[in-house]
Design a protein around this ligand. Sequence first.
Ligand code: BT5
Length: 267
Amino acid sequence: MVDELMETAILPALTTKWLGHVYLYYLTLGSTNDELKRLLAEGNELPTGTVVLTDFQSQGRGRLNRGWFVPPQSSLLHSILFRPDWSAIQANWLTMMVSVAAAEAIEAATGLTVGLKWPNDVMVQQSDEWHKVSGILLEGQVTNGRLQQAIVGIGINVNVPAGELPATVTPATSLLIATGRPVARLPLLLDFWQRLERYYEVAQSPHKAWQQRLITLGQQVQISQIGQPPVIGRAETADIWGQLLVRDETGNIHTIAAGDVTLRREA
Ligand code: BT5
C-alpha cells in the first residue's frame, strides 16, 4: 500500500489547530532534521508546528550520528519545529510527549501493545518480545537557560516488509510485520499530530502517561554514556524530567540524563 503524503493529500485533511499547517513534503531528502535546520539557517521564518516530511532519507540519523534506515515510501519520516521557551531542564518533555502521542496513535491504529524504552524508543510487542518500531531524535537550541527552539524528528516503521529492516541490537520491526497487514500512513500521521498538539498545548509534564508505558522500569540494565564507565543496576524509576534512576549493587542511586540502555537478563 502506497498512500500519498504530498501537500495536496495532507493539507485538506488536517485536524489540528496549528501542527502541520506549514507542511513541506519531499520525495527524497538527506535527513528531515537537517532540512528543517537548513531552512531555519537560511532565515526562513517558520512557525511552531512546521513539518518537514519525506518519503525517503539517504542520510537518516539517530542519536550520536547513528543511521536510520527504511526503504522508500514505506514509513513516516518527519521533523517538527517547536519554539517552547521552556526552562532547558524541560527539554525531554518534548521527547516524552512525542513518544506518548506516537504510542497512543499506533495503539489506536493497530491494536498492538505499545511500550516505551528509555530514552527515545517506541516498542511494540511481537511474539512476546519488545521490538523497536519508532525512534525519536530531539535537537534543541538553548539560549540563556531556555529551550528557544527544538526540532523533533521521528521515524515510524509502517509498511516495511520483513527482511528490509537493518540488523540491530534492539530488534526492529514495522507495523506491517507486527500486525500482518498494511497500515495506512495518512490517518496514523494525522491522529499522531492531533494527540501531540493536545499534549503540547497543555504544557504540563507528560510524565505520568510516559512512565506508565516505560518497559525499562524494574529491569536489570546496563547504561552506556559517552566518556563514562557503564552503570549497571536496576532501573527503579524515572523522574519528572525524564531522567532514569538506576540503583547499583551497592545500593547507590545514579541519575541518568542521557545514554543507551541494554536490558540484562536476571542472573
Ligand atoms: C533513534 O536514534 O532511534 C532516533 C531515530 C530518529 C529517526 C528520525 S526519521 C526523521 C528524522 N530525520 C532524521 O534524520 N532522523 C529522524 P537511536 O536511539 O540512536 O537509534 C539508532 C539505532 O537504531 C541505529 O544505530 C540502528 O541500530 C537502529 N535503527 C536504524 N534504523 C532503524 C529502523 N528503521 N528501525 C529500528 N531501528 C533502527
